[in-house]
Design a binder for this molecule. Structure first.
Ligand code: AP5
Length: 221
């Protein structure tokens, strides 16, 4: 079976970014992360960043029209040989409908949607220990990698930091927003026959193996 375009769904901290990086490196996916694109816009201080910053720091969703425009621009640049992997988009039914329309316009098939299932308690544990590299984007965890804020990234030497929305109040809000606005997408894609769920509380390597099998069509959906 041919490699599939993918959407990774799941609550904050489910491992979307971690596994997207893995699939990008191992299977040459084009990784489109709305969270990363929005953080870049905030760091650049451009118009989009100024509009998005307050929503992101509070753990609220950035308005649909801004995010849909951002993704539409990126999708239009895809080459037909490229396989894409969406991380953090869609997050609302309006975004899912806009995505279907976009795909129809550029003549691409509907992607396989992989739901990374993880409990709230594990989300809180993971996000409370997440570390990011500002230079290469690699994601680490205090609880697992023996690293801390301010340490050097083992990949590139960048100084590791904690994301500003990984504070307890913002994490709680992100979980509530996920339940209210994004969890309904599980049913949405289930009804369209596009969804498969993985137990994302398993060991990271096991989750990667299952994802790669699904992406290559080696595991039935
Ligand atoms: P975004 O950046 O998309 O954040 P998120 O969805 O909240 O997800 P995270 O990045 O927090 O988690 P993740 O699932 O990628 O987990 P990770 O791999 O890092 O969005 C940020 C904000 O931008 C939003 O709140 C919103 O404001 C805005 N935004 C973005 N997209 C939007 C949209 N479409 N519409 C509107 N607004 C939008 O893993 C977490 C930790 O767990 C890491 O430390 C990792 O090392 C560890 N870990 C991963 N897997 C495992 C495992 N199996 N076992 C143990 N540890 C693991």
């Amino acid at each position: 079976m041919a490699q599939r375009d993918l959407i990774l769904l799941g609550p904050p901290g489910a491992g979307k970014g971690t596994h997207a990086e893995y699939l990008e490196d191992s299977m040459s996916y084009t990784h489109l992360s709305t969270g990363n694109l929005l953080r870049e816009a905030v760091a650049n201080g451009n118009n989009l960043g100024k509009q998005a910053q307050d929503y992101m720091e509070a753990g609220e969703l950035v308005p649909d029209d801004l995010v849909i425009e951002l993704v539409t621009e990126r999708m239009a640049q895809l080459d037909c040989e490229e396989h894409f992997l969406l991380d953090g988009f869609p997050r609302t039914t309006a975004q899912a409908e806009a995505l279907s329309k976009m795909l129809g316009t550029i003549g691409r098939e509907e992607p396989l949607v992989i739901n990374l299932a993880v409990s709230d308690a594990e989300v809180v544990r993971r996000l409370g220990g997440r570390l990011m590299c500002p230079d290469c984007g690699t994601i680490y965890n205090v609880h697992r990698d023996g690293l801390d804020i301010g340490d050097k990234c083992p990949q590139c030497g960048g100084e590791l930091y904690c994301r500003s929305d990984d504070q307890p109040e913002a994490i709680r809000n992100r979980l509530n927003v996920y339940e209210q606005d994004s969890a309904p997408l599980i049913d949405y894609y289930q009804q369209r026959g596009q969804l498969v769920t993985i137990d994302a509380e398993q060991d990271q390597q096991q989750v990667s193996v299952e994802l790669a099998e699904l992406a290559q069509g080696r595991r039935p959906c």
